[in-house]
Design a binder for this molecule. Structure first.
Ligand SMILES: *[C@@H]1O[C@H](CO)[C@@H](O)[C@H](O)[C@H]1NC(C)=O
Length: 335
């Protein structure tokens, strides 16, 4: 009896062991089974990879959108960056439009700039009006005529009399009448239309507390004129011509915070000052002191603006043409 029982138990034991053994090896013990498992893992990670790739491509598309927005908004308003009010006098002469076109192309690369262009004429001319409308640069167009007695002739040497005095003053009047000293945060830069401006100079001046200064290239009979800077402070000037002026530098070599024009409401340019004193007198009237000057362009070690000039074109063949053919060039073609 006991023997039969033992045999039965043994038999059950054998059956269970065999079934367990088969089940165990069929699920993952055999080599082919391991391969299947690895294949499964590879599939899983491939799917994961695909998901991540898609995420990366979505994010880079979003980044591209953002970059596009930054580029286009740079053309219009950047509410927290101070506006540069760039004051440019201009007068009718053969090279006028060429100068303005060239300068406008620089300004198209500068964000938050407001170009104040003032013509030396009784009223705004068609040429400058049309040009500014199509320039793509935010602008204000003004006109202020220089009285005949103080006006320079086309062939006078350029240093003979102060230039652009009434025009710059018209811009200052516009600034005082149209900007709000409490909300319009900005910088004023007096910039002639024949100079050459690197884009960096606009970055350098944008955050001006009182008055920023930097070197100017090709001016004063030197390769450059510049403030001398020691320990981050302006201590003097590298200038040959009239070095004893209070601020012996070119108009293109400084910018001032627009607030100074509100704090000093009578400050203006004058035709009465000696040659070379326009810059000094306006800065003195704005109550700027040597110790206020904020050196820019790496402590005034880099030239980022050049006092270039446009050559006066000889147009003598216009007269000869009239003599030869009875008429010169067509005045309806704007140059
Ligand atoms: C200018 O000079 C000062 C003092 O030597 C220095 O601390 C500062 O970093 C300099 N600035 C630049 C932009 O080189």
């Amino acid at each position: 009896m006991v023997q039969i029982r033992m045999r039965k138990l043994f038999f059950i034991y054998i059956v269970i062991s065999t079934v367990s053994f088969i089940w165990f090896y069929s699920s993952c013990g055999f080599p082919e089974c391991k391969e299947k498992e690895i294949e499964h893992l590879i599939k899983k990670y491939k799917a994961r990879n695909k998901e991540l790739d898609k995420k990366i491509s979505d994010l880079s598309q979003q980044l591209q959108e953002c970059q596009k927005n930054v580029l286009t908004s740079g053309r219009t308003e950047f509410s927290h960056s101070p506006t540069i009010y760039m004051v440019t006098p201009t007068h009718t002469h053969p090279e006028q439009k060429a100068n303005l076109v060239r300068l406008s192309h620089t300004l198209l690369h500068v964000k938050n700039i407001h170009w104040i262009v003032i013509e030396d004429s009784v009223s705004k001319t068609v040429l400058v009006s049309k040009f500014l409308q199509n320039s793509g640069v935010k602008n204000t167009h003004l006109a202020a005529l220089t009285p005949h007695e103080i006006k320079m002739k086309y062939n006078d040497p350029t240093w003979l009399k102060p230039k652009g005095v009434l025009q710059r003053n018209a811009a200052l009047r516009w600034i005082r009448e149209n900007l709000n000293p409490n909300t319009d945060n900005g910088v004023v830069y007096f910039a002639d239309d024949d100079n050459t401006y690197s884009l960096e100079i606009f970055q350098e001046m944008r955050n001006t507390k009182k008055a920023t200064v930097w070197p100017v290239g090709l001016v004063g009979g030197l390769r450059y004129e510049k403030p001398i800077v020691k320990d981050g402070k302006v201590t003097g000037w590298f200038t040959y011509w009239k070095p004893n002026r209070p601020f012996p530098m070119d108009m293109a070599g400084f910018a001032v915070n627009v607030n100074l024009f509100f704090n000093n409401p009578d400050a203006r340019f004058s035709n009465e000052v000696p040659r070379g004193f326009l810059e000094s007198t306006i800065l003195e009237q704005l109550n700027v002191k040597m110790e206020d000057l904020e050196p820019r362009a790496e402590n005034c070690s880099k030239v980022l603006v050049w006092h270039t000039r446009t050559e006066k074109t000889k147009l003598k063949n216009e007269q000869l043409m009239i003599k030869r053919q009875g008429q010169g060039s067509d005045p309806n073609i704007e140059v």
